[in-house]
Design a protein around this ligand. Structure first.
Ligand code: PMT
Length: 219
């Protein structure tokens, strides 16, 4: 259909940061607001898709008409995403997932006693890599948040994680990346094509991301 190009498609979006607890009152996280992912979820729902949004903690209103799965840690996001994955036609991973989590999660508040406190961190599961390994018919789209060498790092992630498309943003650029309402992206596809966009609202970026992903989907 002309105005509902994603009708009948199941789309999974991840958004927001993850939160890695070290004790009941403290955690590690990042600056993701969820705006980019929520914009994609709204746009996909507007195109007629059946949308599942797996979201880390954000201050945003949950978009209307989407199935909403709130999570906190990378581990929770991983399990939620894996459960939904087999059903999906398109998966877009815009969440800013923590790469490391405290090795020890204390059950009680750690008391202030020493002059310094070192927290040992261990790697989290790379959710996107696992999705890439288990990919069947799904179109898989990743994001790359970089502060330099955008093309090199993005193309490396595209290949290494077995993606169909990657949306790269230089988060050190003014008006791009974390928290702001705008973004500036380059979209790389596995066929080697690259498309660079000017500074746009995250709503407009979301439309472009979905339009490009749709070109990779079977009718
Ligand atoms: O939420 P906003 O404030 O609107 O900000 C938007 C954004 C900057 C968060 C977004 O545009 C963005 O770039 N998201 C990806 C952030 C990120 O984690 O990038 P990365 O280059 O570290 O990771 C690459 C890809 O692997 C991402 O798709 C990420 O979701 C995924 N990943 C990373 C680590 C991990 N353990 N599991 C993953 O799935």
């Amino acid at each position: 259909q002309m105005d509902l190009p994603l009708e009948g498609k199941k789309v999974l979006i991840t958004a927001g940061p993850t939160r890695e607890q070290v004790d009941p009152v403290r955690y590690f996280t990042n600056y993701s607001s969820g705006k980019m992912g929520y914009a994609i979820a709204r746009a996909a729902a507007g195109m007629g898709a059946s949308v599942t949004l797996v979201s880390g903690p954000t201050a945003l209103e949950k978009p209307a008409g989407v199935m909403f799965i709130p999570v906190e840690s990378t581990d929770e996001m991983f399990h939620a995403v894996m459960k939904e994955y087999p059903e999906m036609d398109l998966v877009i991973k815009s969440a800013a997932v923590a790469d490391y989590t405290p090795r020890i999660k204390y059950g009680e508040k750690v008391k202030k006693k020493n002059e310094s406190w070192s927290v040992e961190m261990e790697k989290t599961t790379d959710i996107l890599s696992v999705l890439g390994e288990k990919k069947e018919r799904q179109v898989l789209v990743g994001f790359a948040a970089e502060t330099g060498n955008l093309e090199g790092y993005a193309l490396d992630k595209l290949k290494r994680k077995n993606l169909d498309m990657i949306v790269a943003n230089n988060v050190a650029q003014e008006g791009a990346g974390f928290s702001v309402d705008t973004n500036r992206v380059v979209i790389y596809k596995k066929d080697g094509s690259a498309k660079e966009y000017p500074l746009l609202s995250k709503d407009k970026v979301a439309q472009e991301v979905l339009a490009q992903a749709m070109e990779l989907m079977p009718l």
